[in-house]
Ligand binder design. Structure first.
Ligand SMILES: Nc1nc2c(c(=O)[nH]1)N[C@H]1C(S)=C(S)[C@@H](COP(=O)(O)O)O[C@H]1N2
Ligand SMILES: [Mo]
Length: 409
């Protein structure tokens, strides 16, 4: 592992975590030098607060989970490469804020700049734009399968596999915004913050959703997106502007960005020290391996328990993806893993997005079946039989057993 390559989420997290642990062990006085967060500039009026999610969530498109909503995979059947905005999953820590774009400003501030600098929505729209096809996936996507498939109890939103979406994002390169703001050479870390209400966990206010990002990654390929699939960002997906951080777990792609601290010091937040780390019997008590790029996964574009007519030809469609590069191979089993056939890929297979595939199926026996799909990515990594247990249920990469039924017709 090249410890200088901070554009890698794994390296960045490891380096910052070691700094944090050293400071923590040196005594409490040292901690604020690393973790302290200046008061949030909430200069955006929250005129009207809707429910947790603004867009309609028809039950045929979504599974509700508290303040979040999971995409139903059967809703992707017959859709193109991108997930339409009306069915893209929503992961809210609290609720979607309604932001007045006229008074909204993106404020850059901190000791990594000569002076603070504000950008209006019109300023950003007037800058050179860039377009990016990228997936955003929640690190907990697949979490429910720890219980149903491995009999393990984990905490957090019980996503099945619909905590992912791929969209065409348009916006400005964060590198360009930082340059216009006059970022200094000493700038090291950024802390983008959302304008949604503070996140409170068990009575403790953890402040606005925020997760540090190294300057190295920010200037490499991060964008400040204002359009999603050709429309202005919908409220639930970050209007007026969100970050899209390709290849990193979903939490880095901060929505409703209000300000970005540009810091000459390393930064941390609860979203890098407490959440999105691997905890459990196999990991050290301070949290082991950070949740980094997403693991290899596959999903069928089918309802859970879908019905198929016996004695007919069917096409099973699905998608596979990996945070480490594009997908090179997908195999499908219709007999619970006894035999496998190679799926046919079609369309683009972009990283960090996904690859579409299909196989034909002609079932004759009536009754329940387990469909399975197993993908391999460019690094040679194949989905395993079991995922590594961790108490918060991150990174479920095991081959999923998808139940269906074959009925007479
Ligand atoms: N401000 C803010 N940004 C946020 C979040 C949030 O709750 N507040 N959730 C994060 C998480 S955990 C994920 S997985 C993605 C989800 O993006 P989406 O809701 O557009 O699908 O947004 C990230 N950005
Ligand atoms: Mo997430």
């Amino acid at each position: 592992m090249d410890l200088d390559d901070l554009t890698s989420e794994a390296v960045y997290d490891q380096v910052r975590m070691e700094g944090w642990l050293t400071a923590r062990n040196a005594g409490p006085g040292m901690l604020c030098a690393l973790g302290d967060v200046p008061p949030l500039m909430r200069h955006v009026p929250r005129a009207r607060r809707a429910g947790p999610i603004v867009k309609p969530l028809p039950p045929e498109l979504f599974i509700r989970h508290g303040t979040s909503a999971e995409m139903r995979w059967e809703a992707m059947c017959g859709q193109g490469y991108h997930v339409p905005n009306d069915r893209f999953f929503v992961r809210n820590h609290t609720c979607t804020p309604i932001i007045d774009v006229g008074s909204w400003r993106l404020r850059l501030h901190g000791d990594g700049l000569a002076a603070p600098r504000d950008f209006t929505y019109a300023d950003l729209r007037a800058m050179p734009s860039t377009t990016l096809d990228a997936g955003i996936e929640c690190a907990g996507n697949g979490r429910a399968l720890f219980a149903t498939q491995q009999n393990q109890e984990v905490h957090g939103t019980p996503w099945r596999l619909g905590g992912i979406g791929v969209a065409r994002w348009k916006g400005v390169r964060l590198a360009e915004v930082l340059e216009r703001a006059g970022m200094l050479d000493r700038a090291l870390d950024l802390l983008p913050r959302g304008l949604d209400p503070d996140y409170v966990e068990e009575g403790v206010n953890l402040g606005p959703v925020r997760r540090p990002l190294p300057v190295a990654k920010a200037i490499k390929d991060v964008i400040l997106a204002y359009d999603m699939n050709g429309e202005p960002l919908p409220a639930d997906h970050g209007f007026p502007v969100r970050l899209v951080v390709p290849g990193w777990s979903g939490i880095s792609s901060i929505k409703w960005v209000g300000d970005i601290e540009v810091s000459a010091r390393p930064l941390l937040s609860p979203w890098s020290t407490r959440f999105y780390r691997m905890f459990g019997p196999d990991f050290p008590p301070e949290g082991g391996k950070p949740v980094t790029s997403q693991v290899v996964k596959s999903a069928f574009e089918l309802a859970w328990g879908a019905a198929f007519a016996a004695g007919r030809r069917h096409v099973l469609r699905g998608r596979s993806w990996s945070g480490d590069g594009h997908i090179t191979n997908v195999e499908v089993s219709v007999d619970g893993g006894r035999s496998w056939q190679r799926a046919l890929r079609h369309g683009p297979r972009l990283a960090p997005a996904w690859t579409r595939w299909h196989v034909e199926w002609f079932p004759t026996r009536l009754g329940p079946y387990m469909l399975m799909a197993r993908a391999t990515d460019i690094t040679g990594k194949t989905q395993p039989e079991t995922a590594v247990f961790n108490t918060q249920g991150y990174l479920f990469d095991a081959v999923v057993r998808h139940p269906v039924n074959v009925t007479a017709w």
